[in-house]
Design a protein around this ligand. Sequence first.
Ligand SMILES: [Zn+2]
Length: 639
Amino acid sequence: MTEKQATPRIVAAASALEDRLPLADTGDMEDAERGFVGALRPGQVRAADGRVVWDADAWATVLQAERPDTVNPSLWRQARLVALHGLYEVTDGIYQVRGMDLSNMTLVEGDKGVIVIDPLISTETAAAALGLYRGHRGDRPVTAVIYTHSHVDHFGGVRGVVTGDDVASGRVPVLAPEGFVEHAVAENVYAGAAMARRSAYMYGAALPVGPAGQLGAGLGMSVSTGTITLIPPTLEVTRTGQEEVLDGVRILFQVTPGTEAPSEMNFLFPDHGALCMAENATHTLHNLLTLRGALVRDPHAWARYLTEAIDLFADATSVEFASHHWPTWGRERVVALLSEQRDLYAYLHDQTLRLLNKGYVGVEIAELLELPPGLENAWHTRGYYGSVSHNVKAVYQRYLGWFDGNPARLWAYPPEQAGRRYVEAIGGPEAVLDVARRAFDDGDYRWVGELAGHLVYADPGNTAARELQAAAFEQLGFGAENGTWRNFYLVGAAELRGATVGTPTVTASPDILAQLTLSQLFDSVAIRVDGPRASDLRVGIDWSVTGPDGEEHRYWSRMSNGVLTHGDGVLREKPDAVVRTSRGALLALVTGQTRPDELQESGSLSIEGATDVLARILEVLDTLDPGFAIVTPRPPHPS
Ligand SMILES: [Zn+2]
C-alpha cells in the first residue's frame, strides 16, 4: 500500500471502464473547442491583495500529460474538456467566458453594449472575464445583467461587472426568476455553515491540484475564492411566455421553479436562434441532492420542464448553451441532448419509485439501478457531478425519508458507540486491522472504509486505523468517475492523515447578509441558541427596526424554553424592554461585529426597560465551528 499510487485493482478497473466508454464519440470535444477567441495569459486571477483566487493554468499543466493511474479515465476526459478556458463565440453576437470559475459567464451584444448572463462566483473572476471579452470585442458597457438562478456561482461576482449605482440609477436592469433573493439568501441562513464546510470536501478547494489531488468537480474545475457579492434584481421574471427586450435584444422566458434550483429559468434569444438552458441541461448527470447537502430536488418537475423547453423553444433553436460546460450546435443535436437529459431524470425518478414500492431501500436501489444503454452511452448523462448512486438515494429520501422501515436502524448507535462495540465484537483493534488489511489486499476498499472507520471512531488516536482508512479512501477517490466523490474521498484521506482541511469559501458575505429579511435575521439567531443553556431564560422584546429605506418595522421576539420565537407587530404580553435600532446595526450585532454597549454609545441602538436583555440573549448563543471534522470524531459536546 503506497500513498498516492493506484493499486493494480484500480488500474484494472480503469482499463475495463475504458473498454465500455463511447470513446469514438468526440462531438463534445469539438464543441468544447469551437469558437475559441482567446484566453487570459497567464491564467491566474488575483484579489487586490495579490492572493490567487483562480488558477486556470494549474489544471492545464497537469492535464497536458498522459492520464495517470490515479485518475478515472472518464473523469480525466471530462476534466480536459472542463479545464479549457477562454473566450468563445457561441453564435453571432453571443460569447461565453468558460473555465474562469466553476460556472460560465455569457455575453450577449446589444445595440449599445453587452448583456451579462451569470457573473460567476467572485468579483475578481467576473471582472477578469469581462476584461477578456472587452479585450477582443471592444470596451462595451454592461447594459443588463441576468441571473439564471439562485445559486452563488451565478451571481456572486456581480459587482465585478456593474456597480450598485449603475443598478440603483436604473441604467442597468438586473433580471432574475421570481423568488431569487429569498432562495439565494435562505440557503445561507439555516444550514449555511455546514454546507460551506461540506463544500470544502465536495470541491476539494483545499487539495493540491495534481494527479493524486484535485482535478475538478465534473461541473467545473472548482470554485473561485474571491469576493462574493449580490445586487438584488430590479425585474423579476414571473411567468413562462414573458418577453423582455434588453438593449434591443428580444428574450423569451420559461420559468422552471423546483428544478436544479428552487428559482431558475430558461430563455430563448429568438433573433439569434440561441437557447440558454441555465443549469437544467448540462454535460453531466446533475445532482438531485448535492453532496454538500441541500433540500432534495424534484426530478419529476425537472423532467417535465425539459419537455416543456423542447416544446417551446426547439423549433426556434440552432444553438443551445448553459451556465456550465460548452454549447451544443444544430437543432437535432440540441433536441437529442434535451430529450436524453429529460429521460435521465425521469428514469431515475420513476425507476426508484418502482423499486421502493417493491420494498427495496435506497442503498439497495443504488446498486440495482443501471441506466439503459441509450443513456449510458451518451457522455452528457454520465455521473461526473451527480451520480446514479447518490441521486437514487435522494429520490428515496424525497419520498420516504431517512428511515428505511427496518427497526434495526430505527435506533442505531451513533458512530463512536457503534465503533467501540464493533471493535470489541471483532476481537479488538489488532483483529480489526487484520481483517481490514486483508480486505485492502483483496481490493474491497468500500469494506475497508467502513471497518477501519469503526476503529477510528472507537479510538481516534489509532494511527494504523487512520492510515488504513485513508489509503482505502484514496483508492476509492482514484477510481471514482464522479469528481465530487473523488474530492470527498481525497479530502477525507487528508483529514485522517492530520492535514488542516480549511473551508475556503463562505458564502455568507456582507452583501448576501444585507438581503436577509427581518424574519430570516431573527431565524439566524434562533438557530444559534444553545437550548440547554437557555432553558431558564425568559425575555420578551418589542423591536423598532428602521430599514435602509427609513421605514420603521415593529417586530417582537420572545425567548422561552430555550427557543427564540419572533414575528411582526408587538408582543401579546408586556415586554421586558423596547429596543430601537436600525437594520444595519442589528445585522452587525447578530454577526458579532459589534456589542450592544458600543451601539448604544454610538447612538444606533437604545433600550427602554431592562437594559441587559440583549446581553442575556447574546450570552446563550453558541459559536459555530467553520472547520469541523467530518471523517473523525468531533470533540465531545459540552452540554
Ligand atoms: Zn452552477
